[in-house]
Design a protein around this ligand. Sequence first.
Ligand code: HEC
Ligand code: HEC
Length: 180
Amino acid sequence: MRQILFRFPRSLSLFTLLLLAATSAHGDDDDGPRREERAGRHSATPVDPLYKSECSSCHMLYPPWLLPARSWKAILGGLAHHFGENAESDLKTVEHLSKVLQESSSDHSSQRLAQKIDRSIPSNTTPLKFSETTFFKRLHREVGAKVWQRKSIGTPGNCSACHAKAESGDFDEDGVRIPK
Ligand code: HEC
Ligand code: HEC
C-alpha cells in the first residue's frame, strides 16, 4: 500500500512532464530544427535603455550578438571617429555600454545563430561591421548588387530595411521584404 501511494504521484508527475513536452513541441515551429538553426530563435531580451538612446539615433539598434566582444570593445573605443561620424559619449556611459554589449556578444551568447556567427569570424580578426563579414555575404548571396544600391536600403548594415524585426533579433527568412 505504501508503495502504491509513493508511486502514484511519481507516475503522475511523469505524465505531466510528458504532457508539457508534447504541448510545447506542438507550439513550436513546424519547420523543425533546420529553420530554427538558420534563423536563430532569440528570446526577447529587454533592451538596455541607455544602449537604445545612445546607439539608435543614426541607425537601427544592432543586436549585440551580431559581433564578438572584441569588436564592441573596438567600436566603443573609437566613437569619436565612428565610420566618419562623431558618436562620442561620456566615460560612464561608454563603460556601461561596454558591459552590456560584451555580455550579450556573439561569443557570450548561447543562441544558435550567435554561435554560428561567432564561429564564422576568425579569432584573429576584429570586424567593426557585421555587414562586411564573410558570413553576412554568404547569407545574402542571393541579393543582387543592384538591390544593395537602392536608396530605400542605403547600406547593407541597414538590416531593418529588409528585416522588419531586425532590432528584436528576428531575421527569419519568412519576414524578409526587400523594399523597392
Ligand atoms: C552620429 C551617428 C551615429 C551614432 C550616434 C552611432 N552610430 Fe553606429 N554607425 C554610424 C554610421 C554612419 C555607420 C556606418 C553606416 C554604414 O556605412 O553602413 C555606423 C555603423 C555601425 C555599426 C556597423 C553595422 C554594420 O554591420 O554595418 C555598428 C556595429 C555600430 N554603428 C554601432 C554603434 C554603437 C554601439 C553606437 C552607440 C555607442 C553607435 N553605433 C552610434 C553612425 C552612428
Ligand atoms: C536588401 C535587403 C536586406 C538587408 C539590408 C539585410 N538583409 Fe538579411 N536577408 C535578406 C534576404 C533576401 C535574405 C535571404 C532570405 C532567404 O534565405 O530566402 C536574408 C537572410 C538573412 C539571414 C538568414 C535568415 C534565415 O532564416 O536563413 C540573416 C541572419 C540575416 N539576413 C541577417 C541580416 C543582418 C544582421 C543584416 C544587417 C546587418 C541584414 N540581414 C541585412 C535581405 C536583407
